[in-house]
Design a binder for this molecule. Sequence first.
Ligand code: ZN
Ligand code: ZN
Length: 213
Amino acid sequence: MEQIKHHLNDGLLMAYAAGNLPEAFNLVVATHISMCDECRARLEAFEAVGGTLLDGETEDVGEVDFTGCLAKIDAGPSEPIRVDHKPGLFPSALQDYVGGDLDAVKWRPVGMGVRQAILPTSKDATVRLLHIPAGAAVPDHGHRGTELTLVLQGAFADEEDRFGPGDIEIATEDLEHTPVAEMGEDCICLAATDAPLKFRGLIPRLAQPFLRI
Ligand code: ZN
Ligand code: ZN
């Protein structure tokens, strides 16, 4: 795999370690961690710090509750992290949601050649696999919340940067972008969103309630 250039930020890693992320985001973070030595090491460092910091109760450093802290370290994150890798494109954490590898995905067309498969998670956020044909674009859109996109195969570029295999793009309210898959290989991404996206064009907006994007 090419070198991963775009990583998880500290906020996401801490929330993941504390078990505070919606299930959809948990899956994207776990999948990136299973592909990325650097973020796995940073996660371990956060876990070693334990619960005091993760609860945001860092003001009163003088009185650290070591018993509570150790208990939290012992308990670990709410979801176990599986870093083993079955053969295939998808890391294990993702294969568990898909029920197999790439060939088990039940794709549905979303227009302009783009296909998606929404994975079953709790309702507070949504996670989907996206299949973007080489050279094709995902409609121009903004974000009401946070969108976390992990590239599994191929690459895409938008107004911000280029994202290759293993890279994570963290898009928030202030970003409006048109991701375009690179030529050569179809791009497959795993993307979590915590609020509906805001599409610019009329047709994507009309289709949005049906596509759950
Ligand atoms: Zn990373
Ligand atoms: Zn986006």
